[in-house]
Write a protein that binds this ligand. Structure first.
Ligand SMILES: Cc1ncc(COP(=O)(O)O)c(C=O)c1O
Length: 375
């Protein structure tokens, strides 16, 4: 079955006998217990599980081709849950260019848990090898990376993790399983900020972790325990919104990626643009690798370097009319952000870099907007 059909099938609630075509919402926090102590529906309490969350988790696991999915209240809650399955004293490797808060989470929160970390250029396998320590328990990847769209060799890095007995996890938020299937490349754990493309409308916060079939059951038990006991679970309404978003995920991502590829090509030949970072461009340093591990569609995120400094780059944002200056990404509307000024002092992002999340607007309008903004 093709993905476009699969998402429709996976997001139908087969437990509902009402005949309703649209899914219902089950806001109940608690479920009836029988006199013999059993629960007819299998549901006990919404922090443990809920019909809306179960549907979302089953759909996420199937779409990814994983053994089990766990939904969280945000992408950061999902990342925290993965880190909470590690032991005090463990060491982790993080990418030098990645969603900025991951490094902050490791530095400001998990250092107190006894986790140490090393930041490394994941595009350089020799550096990754050199950074591995006897206690390295996790290699965290993000490809394409945020915001410089660096591509790391997912298969080589997951092999390296496996050879060392460490987990390999990836933040696949920018691709979703529609554009990249990390589990097929040997990754153990796939993580999402479902806030972005899964939701798709910038109106619902969420996160997810999906585990590979080949991973020892102890990890799913550990993660289930963290999900339940730490309790950073999404509300039923948010799960319902995510499931609704999933129905149009392939369609939106196709249009958004097509727009991004065309915008990247346009900006790449524009004399006022210094650099375009987009893995679909043949000039991208890891274009061949991106082609081999993505589906041949390169996503809807790109970054450009424009002007001599932050102020000049910010001035371009000020002249754009169809790109809203806002953080986040993956919604149907085009957004733009000067990353350096929202990241902190650990940031390695160039001063004149603007990150663009391309929406579903007509490409002619988006290009016309950039044309006037750069003139
Ligand atoms: C790639 C990536 N991962 C993780 C996150 C964190 O997700 P959330 O904001 O849902 O907690 C973000 C948020 O911008 C992100 O862009």
């Amino acid at each position: 079955m093709k993905t476009e059909t699969q998402v429709i099938q996976l997001t139908e609630n087969h437990e509902d006998n009402s005949g309703a075509v649209a899914n219902g919402i089950c806001p109940s926090t608690t479920f009836k217990r029988e006199v013999d102590g059993s629960y007819q529906s299998g549901y006990v309490y919404t922090r443990h599980s809920n019909p809306n969350r179960a549907l979302l988790e089953q759909a996420l696991a199937k779409l990814e081709g994983g053994a089990q999915a766990f939904a969280f209240a945000s992408g950061m809650a999902a990342i925290s849950a993965v880190l909470q399955t590690l032991k005090s004293g463990d060491h982790i490797l993080l990418p030098d260019d990645a969603y900025y808060s991951v490094q902050l989470l490791a530095k400001d929160v998990f250092s107190r848990w006894g986790l140490s970390h090393t930041v490394v250029d994941m595009t350089d396998i020799a550096s990754v090898k050199a950074a591995i320590r006897p206690k390295t328990a996790l290699i965290w990847l993000e490809s394409p990376s945020n915001p410089q769209l660096k591509i790391s060799d997912i298969k080589a890095l997951s092999d390296l993790a496996q050879a060392h007995g460490a987990l390999c996890a990836i933040d696949n938020t920018w691709c979703t399983p529609i554009l990249q299937k990390p589990l097929d490349l040997g990754v153990d754990v796939v993580m999402y900020s479902t806030t972005k493309y899964f939701g798709g409308h910038s109106d619902c916060l969420g996160g997810a972790v999906i585990l590979s079939e080949s991973l020892d059951k102890k990890w799913s038990e550990a993660l289930k325990n963290v999900q339940n006991l730490s309790g950073a679970v999404p509300a039923p309404f948010d799960c319902w919104l995510m499931v609704r978003g999933m129905k149009t995920l392939p369609l939106r991502l196709k249009q958004q990626s097509q727009n991004a590829a065309a915008l990247a090509e346009f900006l790449n030949q524009h004399p006022k643009i210094q650099a375009v970072h987009y893995p679909g461009l043949p000039s991208h340093p890891q274009h061949t690798l991106a082609k081999s591990q993505m589906t041949g569609v390169f996503g809807a995120m790109l970054s450009v370097q424009v002007g001599e400094n932050s102020d000049e780059a910010m001035a371009v944002i000020g002249r754009l009319q169809l790109f809203t200056a806002a953080t986040s990404l993956g919604g149907v509307e085009s957004l733009i952000e000067h990353r350096k000024s929202v990241e902190g002092n650990l940031s390695v992002t160039p001063d004149n870099l603007l990150r663009i999340s391309v929406g579903i607007e007509h490409i002619d309008d988006l290009i016309a907007d950039w044309t006037q903004a750069l003139d």
